[in-house]
Design a binder for this molecule. Structure first.
Ligand code: ADP
Ligand code: MG
Length: 372
């Protein structure tokens, strides 16, 4: 059997999914334009709000999220709730994926890469990572590798190495980005240098295409290898259940800045822009289908009658998947897009997935299409 169609029916292999919403503060153009507030923020949901009638829209549908972060939230709080648990699991050898999802200008890149007065997830992760390594007094050795990948129109390229093409190859049951230049990082100073380079290349990538709108997925891939030199290399069951890490672990974390999720009707795109949008919509709907499949049981009543092929509300798929505890279907369509193929090993099996849905309360339609 090919790993694109993994048999993952073992009930012990549960993907852990969490979904958060982050509301960004109003930006200048919204403040100037007398923006109205279209959403009321609850502790775990967002409700459509009618600014004229000054009340919640009656009978409107909402979903419950694991966390809702308001305009005044610093990314550190997002990190603590959403990313930190995944990093802790990575130290035990489990893969993870952190996805920032939303329309252009909703705050995805801010959440991941930060600003001068609000450190982003990537830097907070580095602080956490090297703190954990320092705190480990067992003599374990760690090797950290970082690569930066762009997926644009289903082409995968190496952002740290002249846009060299990357081929997604299967090796020993894992998907490997063949051709990717990975930088080895030894300490936080190294990490800062690498992230400066990452920021530079990422920004060039962004403006090279379209300043107004992010048309590509940008993925920071971090591999954490660790090994215990004193161990004889055996890995028994007692260890699997203990707090102690096995002698040799490899975990891959993917930090994904997804392309803007605006719909074709919103972009009014033609020609090249249209092709980009078709590819973005395709890969977001494949991602949402894969996440549904990862968590779906053979027949789930709430999914009946719903078309999964056109439905690309990733947030909805994620929320639905949180409440599933049943065994998964046998086949997962990782091969249907480059993004899901690349993320395959950090989505399935014992992987941990967190998604931050970035939204603004100053727009009704944009936020609705991200969340509902
Ligand atoms: P996206 O990557 O989703 O297109 P950005 O991260 O570029 O959006 O955010 C759009 C604008 O909003 C930027 O000017 C950014 O600095 C600002 N912004 C986004 N989120 C926040 C936040 N939480 N706090 C302050 N400014 C933010
Ligand atoms: Mg962006």
């Amino acid at each position: 059997m090919e790993t694109g169609e993994l048999d993952i029916s073992s009930p012990s292999e549960m993907t852990k999914v969490s979904v958060a919403v982050r509301v960004r503060p109003l930006i200048e153009r919204e403040k100037k334009g007398d923006a109205q507030i279209h959403w009321q923020i609850g502790p775990q949901d967002l409700r459509p709000f009618d600014p004229e009638a000054k009340r919640i829209v009656p009978n409107s549908s909402t979903y419950t999220y694991d966390h809702v972060f308001t305009q005044s939230t610093q990314t550190q709080q997002v990190y603590d709730k959403v990313v930190s648990p995944i990093v802790k699991q990575a130290f035990k050898g489990f893969n993870g994926t952190i996805l920032c999802y939303g329309q252009t200008s909703s705050g995805k890149t801010h959440t991941l890469y930060g600003s001068n007065d609000d450190k982003g997830i990537i830097l907070l992760f580095a602080d956490h990572l090297f703190q954990q390594i320092k705190a480990d007094e067992t003599g374990r050795q760690y090797i950290i590798k970082v690569g930066l990948i762009e997926i644009y129109n289903e082409k995968v390229s190496d952002l740290l190495n002249s846009y060299n093409p990357i081929e997604l190859q299967e090796r020993d049951g894992s998907i490997v980005p063949h051709g990717l230049e990975e930088l080895t990082v030894f300490d936080i100073d190294d990490w800062k240098k690498v992230t400066e380079r990452v920021q530079r290349e990422r920004k060039i990538g962004e403006t090279r295409m379209n300043k107004e709108s992010s048309r590509s997925h940008t993925i920071l891939r971090v591999t954490i290898e660790s090994f215990d030199l004193t161990s004889n290399g055996s890995f028994d069951e007692a260890q699997e259940n203990s707090e102690q890490s096995p002698p040799l672990t490899t975990a891959v974390l993917h930090f994904v800045d997804l392309a803007g999720s605006e719909k074709q009707s919103q972009t009014g795109a033609e020609g090249e822009r249209f092709r980009e949008q078709v590819n973005i919509n395709m890969s977001l709907s494949v991602l949402s289908r894969v996440i549904q499949q990862l968590s779906e049981q053979a027949s789930v009543s709430s999914f009946e009658g719903r078309s999964s092929s056109n439905d690309h509300s990733l947030a909805k798929a994620m929320v639905n998947s949180m409440v599933r505890t049943a065994p998964r279907p046998r086949f997962i369509n990782f091969r249907d897009s480059k993004l899901t193929r690349l993320l395959q090993n950090s989505l399935n099996g014992n992987a941990y997935i967190s998604m931050v849905c970035n939204v603004t309360i100053a727009s009704f339609e944009e936020t609705k299409s991200t969340l509902l």
